[in-house]
Ligand binder design. Structure first.
Ligand code: PLP
Length: 436
């Protein structure tokens, strides 16, 4: 039975039941006959994936990862500064809580798609404590399977064919491709000078058709570690109201800040809740990346749209994880502060070591990354990706090539401070030796 549009009656298109039994039975009989006759060596069945998958670029890290695993299999000691995945364990308290919660026979069923009420109350309390923002846990918060889940499904809920979204560039791939997967168009704007970014957003709203429907911001920024002050969001909210775009703020690295810098929340600005939402996560601050506990907070209409989409996709995180997540958010402020200090020391160790081998370094004020310009002499006979491959093959150090984050990343490397201080020193020594 072919499923072309003409095959479906008006009733079917309206999803109303119709009696197609007789016709379908005849079609099935025909199909059986022709299958009986089919030769065994018929053409292999072709899996034709959707265009949205075909449009995605090849995964740039595949080659790097293959070489990394091959090296490790052969016994090489690889220093891995590739992914922003914390390697320190979470606090013992959350692990103990998870162990305790999982023993309760009542926690193994489906959870609530929006997250359990106590977890939502906890994230609302954290917003009040950290940013002075009052949120209604019922309508203005939602727990998700990490902030990437929150981001991509909020984008799916807000954006479709014919819609234009502004995303940061260089880009964390999920920011750009979540819009593309939702069928929308993207305008990727350089975020390294936030004042200039505001001007370019305004320009795009004046000149582009369709007008941007949504602006995604991410400060502290992955990969460049660019940060903003609260004033940035004051201006962004003014622009959002003037031009009618929604704002999504990705605050994944909110707590990993250095030298006294404090990350402002977009939601702390008057009027922000009228225009947008903010995504947060336990992945980085609490070293719980694999637990998949994140949040979308802010505008109740947007939160509701996300909740609607997600009821079709999942049932929320495993309840014991959510219960342990409550303990993390309620009791582990000191852990968060201590982790930031650990990352700060690692940042200094890494930057000092890079300076010792003669590289010019910009010390980030936040995030888990050093966004490092590659000295030009190394790019005479190779591109950024090839240089990153060379660091792995000759120095046994994994770094992310800036080009994995779009054209503005050409000429840069992203180094994640996820190894300990000794290993960071060792990695840079190996780089220095391999390049000389
Ligand atoms: C900017 C940014 N947003 C979101 C995420 C995803 O975090 P989560 O583990 O909460 O899904 C990451 C992870 O690397 C990230 O770098």
């Amino acid at each position: 039975m072919s499923a072309t549009n003409e095959r479906f009656s008006e009733d079917e298109r309206r999803n109303e039941p119709v009696d197609i039994t007789a016709e379908a039975t005849a079609a099935l009989a025909g199909a059986r006959e022709s299958t009986d006759d089919a030769p065994d060596d018929a053409r292999p069945f072709e899996i034709n994936v959707a265009d949205r998958i075909k449009k995605l670029p090849p995964y740039l890290f595949a080659e790097l990862n293959a070489l990394k695993y091959a090296k490790r299999r052969s016994g090489a000691d690889v220093v891995d500064l590739g992914m922003g995945s914390p390697t320190d364990p979470p606090d013992q308290k959350v692990i103990d809580k998870l162990g305790e919660a999982i023993l309760n026979p009542k926690v193994h069923g489906y959870g609530a798609a929006r997250g359990i009420a106590n977890l939502r109350r906890e994230i609302a309390s954290r917003y009040l404590k950290y940013y002075g923002v009052r949120l209604n846990p019922e309508t203005e918060t939602m727990a998700t399977l990490g902030s990437k889940d929150a981001l991509s499904h909020t984008i799916l809920a807000l954006c479709g064919p014919g819609d234009l979204a502004i995303v940061p560039s260089p880009y964390f791939p999920a920011h750009l491709y979540a819009v593309m997967l939702a069928g929308g168009e993207t305008l990727a704007l350089d975020v390294r000078d936030p004042d200039r970014l505001l001007g370019e957003i305004a320009y795009a709203c004046e000149r582009f058709l369709p007008r941007p429907k949504m602006v995604l911001v991410n400060f502290p920024h992955n990969p460049t570690a660019t940060v903003v002050e609260r004033e940035f969001y004051v201006d962004l909210v003014k622009l959002a109201k003037k031009y009618g775009f929604m704002v999504l703020s990705d605050l994944a690295y909110a707590d990993i800040t250095f030298d006294g810098y404090k990350t402002p929340s977009f939601l702390s600005v008057p009027g922000a809740i009228d225009v947008g939402v903010e995504m947060t996560t336990t992945s980085k601050s609490y070293s719980m990346a694999g637990w998949r506990i994140g949040f979308c907070c802010g505008n109740s209409e947007i939160v509701r749209a996300l909740a609607t989409i997600k009821t079709y996709y999942d049932y929320g995180a495993f309840v014991p994880l959510q219960i342990a997540g409550i303990v993390a958010i309620r009791e582990l402020d000191a852990y968060v502060v201590n982790q930031a200090k650990i990352y700060e020391r690692r940042r200094d160790v890494l930057c000092d070591a890079l300076e010792r081998i003669g590289w010019e370094v910009v010390r980030p004020k936040a995030s888990m990354f050093v966004w490092q310009k590659i000295p030009e002499k190394y790019l005479k006979d190779c591109n950024t990706f090839e240089f990153a491959m060379r660091l792995l093959s000759d120095a046994n150090v994994v770094v992310s090539p800036g080009s994995a984050f779009g054209p503005l990343g050409e000429g840069y490397l992203r180094l994640a401070v996820v190894e300990n201080e000794d290993r960071l020193r060792q990695g840079v020594r190996q780089i220095g030796r391999a390049l000389n």
